[in-house]
Design a protein around this ligand. Structure first.
Ligand code: 6PG
Length: 233
């Protein structure tokens, strides 16, 4: 596991700095490998960052967009992470459908997790990889220290083999589809986008490596973790 301590960027220009960070990683990946594999985070914090990203000059046909997690709801449901990404980024930037791999929240959760995992595995195999390696995975953190849909005390946090699982979240009485640590920790880079005005103590705890919180267990074996902390205007 990567022993490097996470990089922390505190900024008063959260939206533009986060979008700029993503663009930098895109440039590097496109130069080195001809494609940029980006996983989008859910929730509310990233919305403005995605809107800013939509204004960037990005070769979207060479970007492969995945989702770190999804609520098990239809894609036009207001809770859908895909819907937020479509409104804030995908439709604004006219990202080609072929560049987007959507978690199908509208089908049975086990089927949705299996098919997503199979699609990632197939893309990895096409490149001779043993596991799909994201260039950049965006994540958020909840006020209980969860990330993606890896919530404290839920089965998904103990999954060590699968790359994508369905996970029931009692606090929301809701099924979710989520990346597992195995997939997240295979990434080249993970970037948490977090609201510095919320959960200040918890952020310190998690960034300090307190593994009682799921977000603290994101430690790419051969990759970096960056926290961008600010107030999403
Ligand atoms: C989700 C997210 C989740 C989110 C955090 C923070 O589907 O809800 O993947 O992990 O990133 O809960 O959410 P906010 O940005 O809304 O605070």
């Amino acid at each position: 596991m990567s022993l490097e301590t996470p990089e922390v960027i505190r900024t008063t220009r959260f939206v533009s700095d986060a979008a700029g960070f993503i663009e930098q990683h895109a440039e590097l990946a496109l130069k080195e490998r001809g494609e940029f594999r980006l996983a989008l985070s859910g929730g509310n914090t990233p919305r403005r960052v995605f809107e800013e990203l939509a204004r960037c000059n990005m070769p979207w046909d060479r970007v492969r967009i995945t989702f770190g997690d999804e609520r098990c709801v239809p894609p036009d449901d207001k809770q859908s992470n895909y819907r937020m990404a479509r409104e804030a980024l995908l439709s604004k930037a006219k990202v080609p459908d072929e560049s987007v791999l959507r978690m199908r929240g509208e089908v049975a959760q086990a089927k949705a997790a299996d098919e997503y995992q199979e699609q990632l595995d197939r893309m990895a195999e096409e490149k001779g990889e043993t596991i799909y390696r994201h260039d950049l995975i965006l994540l958020g953190m909840g006020d209980d220290g969860h990330t993606a849909s890896l919530f404290p005390g839920t089965p998904a946090v103990d999954e060590t083999q699968r790359r994508v699982v369905a996970n029931f979240v009692p606090k929301f009485d809701q099924w979710r589809i989520t990346f597992t640590y195995r997939l997240i920790n295979a990434a080249r880079h993970v970037c948490f986008l977090a609201n510095a005005a919320k959960n200040a103590e918890l952020l310190q705890d998690v960034i300090g490596g307190n593994e009682q919180y799921p977000a603290a267990r994101v430690r790419p074996a051969d990759g970096r973790v960056t926290w961008i902390l600010g107030v999403p205007e």
